[in-house]
Design a protein around this ligand. Structure first.
Ligand code: DX5
Ligand code: ZN
Length: 220
């Protein structure tokens, strides 16, 4: 399935609920929620109280991207806060396999992510334990950066490995996705596009509609 996951990191937090309602009504299937702890990545974003307070605003899938060290400490808490899927970073945990199992055990979708500097070989051992791979295509931790072209090869390699193993795993691309490069990122193998600034800057409904139209062209 082809999916748009707007990242609320780029939303206006003064009217966060309203903006989430707008992406929902425009048809975006997921809400991408970036949690940062200032250790795994340099920045700090938000945590449980925000997720809990936006949970009643929409029924859409809450795609929680944990950029925190030792995410295993908090899986239950994010599940309780309303996550539908939780993605952890391969670099951030000493017990990646167990943590993915824990996420699935709670009935949630499990994802694995990697920083742009991390080789794809690091995530390969976990491919059959995940529902998605989230490929970071900017330096993890900040929105509004330029897509790193060299990461396209990682998308291609991951999609190829998934196909070769006969698995059904989503490939989600996060960072610098915009109207110009969306189609080529999908062509490389992505079926979930995360977009922060290109959705929330300007007319949100128009932006969502644009991305959904591009995604629809590739729906088989
Ligand atoms: C960065 C976050 C991204 C970010 C993307 O570490 O994981 O989700 O919000 O923002 P844009 O689309 O502006 O690059
Ligand atoms: Zn993200």
């Amino acid at each position: 399935m082809m999916i748009l996951a707007p990242s609320i990191l780029a939303a206006d937090f003064a009217i966060l609920g309203e903006q989430i309602r707008e992406i929902d009504e425009a048809g975006a299937q997921h809400v991408h929620i970036d949690v940062m702890d200032g250790v795994c990545v340099p920045s700090i974003s938000f945590g449980f109280p925000i997720i809990e307070s936006i949970r009643p605003v929409t029924k859409r899938f809450f795609d929680v991207h944990l950029m925190i060290v030792e995410p295993e400490r908090y899986i239950d808490r994010f599940a309780d806060a309303g996550a539908d899927g939780i993605t952890i970073h391969v670099e951030a945990s000493k017990c990646v396999g167990q943590t993915l199992e824990k996420i699935r055990g709670l009935g949630l979708k499990a994802g694995i992510s990697l920083h742009p500097q991390t080789p794809v070989s690091e995530i390969m051992p976990y491919l059959d334990q995940v529902d998605k791979v989230l490929v970071m295509t900017v330096n993890t931790g900040f929105g509004g950066q330029k897509y790193i072209e060299a990461c396209t090869k990682k998308i291609i390699d991951i999609r190829k490995a998934i196909q070769e193993r006969g698995l059904s795993v989503d490939v989600e691309v996060d960072g610098g996705v915009n109207k110009e490069n969306a189609a080529s990122i999908i062509e490389a193998g992505a079926n979930i596009l995360v977009s922060g600034s290109s959705v929330f800057n300007g007319n949100i409904t128009e932006n969502v509609t644009y991305f959904l139209d591009v995604l629809k062209r590739f729906e088989s």
